[in-house]
Design a protein around this ligand. Structure first.
Ligand SMILES: O=C(CO)[C@H](O)[C@H](O)COP(=O)(O)O
Length: 236
């Protein structure tokens, strides 16, 4: 069953106080942490890699880890890298719960989905704004999530591209039970468009990490998604 999920992008956090910032947004109601991995090749920016994810995993345990009382979260790793197949094993080891690769970065998306799932984590595929949505139609039944980028990948704090919404709508109509994520420029002002189109997994960096009251922003976004899923008969 699809449900509303808010995934703050740690790209907008203060990296010197990463664990603290993550605990704050989890306590404010975030379900996932969205971890933007950029290699300076697939996108024109470099962010973070396995050592940071492994350290963060110690401070933020898995949701099913009952040995710790620390705030827990699902690690949603968005791999904006060339040759994503090279990094699956390393990211599984450092604590990824989901590995999202870019359709544009691999020659064999289905083989990559199978490789990711063979490690018992979730597999997702992202498309850049210039990539047509139909490339995901064949792959859809094999995916745990599809990500429609609503900015050109590479940097946080960009303007939401409303013209990506028909892609979201097409995916929701074709795959009613698939997690559909949107990423880039999401906040209280843009969430109505994404929710109306049928997105249920909302990545929000700037709008959550810089909010005075992150809990209010997260609740607002979840309510918008929830209302739309309900109107589609997808939420019980
Ligand atoms: O993938 C990304 C950039 O490539 C970021 O996750 C995205 O831009 C979110 O940041 P913001 O909410 O600040 O726009």
């Amino acid at each position: 069953m699809v449900k509303p999920i808010v995934a703050p992008s740690i790209l907008a956090s203060d990296f010197a106080n990463l664990a603290c910032g993550c605990h704050k947004v989890i306590n404010a109601g975030a379900d996932w942490l969205h971890i933007d991995v950029m290699d300076g090749h697939f996108v024109p920016n470099i962010t973070l890699g396995q050592p940071i994810v492994a350290s963060l995993r110690k401070a933020v345990p898995r949701v099913d880890d009952n040995s710790s009382s620390a705030p827990k979260a699902f690690f949603d790793c968005h791999m904006m890298v060339e040759s994503p197949e090279k990094w699956v094993t390393d990211f599984v080891k450092c604590g990824a719960d989901q590995f999202t690769f870019h359709y544009e970065a691999t020659k064999d998306p289905l083989a990559l989905v199978k490789l990711i799932k063979s490690h018992n984590i979730r597999a997702a595929c992202a498309i850049k704004p210039g990539t047509p949505v139909d490339v995901l139609f064949e792959l859809g039944p094999h995916l745990d999530m599809a990500l429609v980028m609503t900015v050109e990948p590479g940097f946080g704090g960009q303007k939401f591209m409303i013209d990506m919404m028909p892609k979201v709508e097409a995916l929701r109509n074709k795959f009613p039970q698939l997690d559909i994520q949107v990423d880039g420029g999401l906040g209280k002002d843009t969430i109505p468009h994404a929710a109306k189109a049928g997105a249920n997994v909302i990545v929000a960096g700037t709008s959550v990490f810089t909010a005075e009251n992150p809990s209010e922003v997260i609740s607002f976004m979840k309510a918008e998604v929830s209302d739309n899923l309900q109107s589609r008969g997808l939420l019980n």
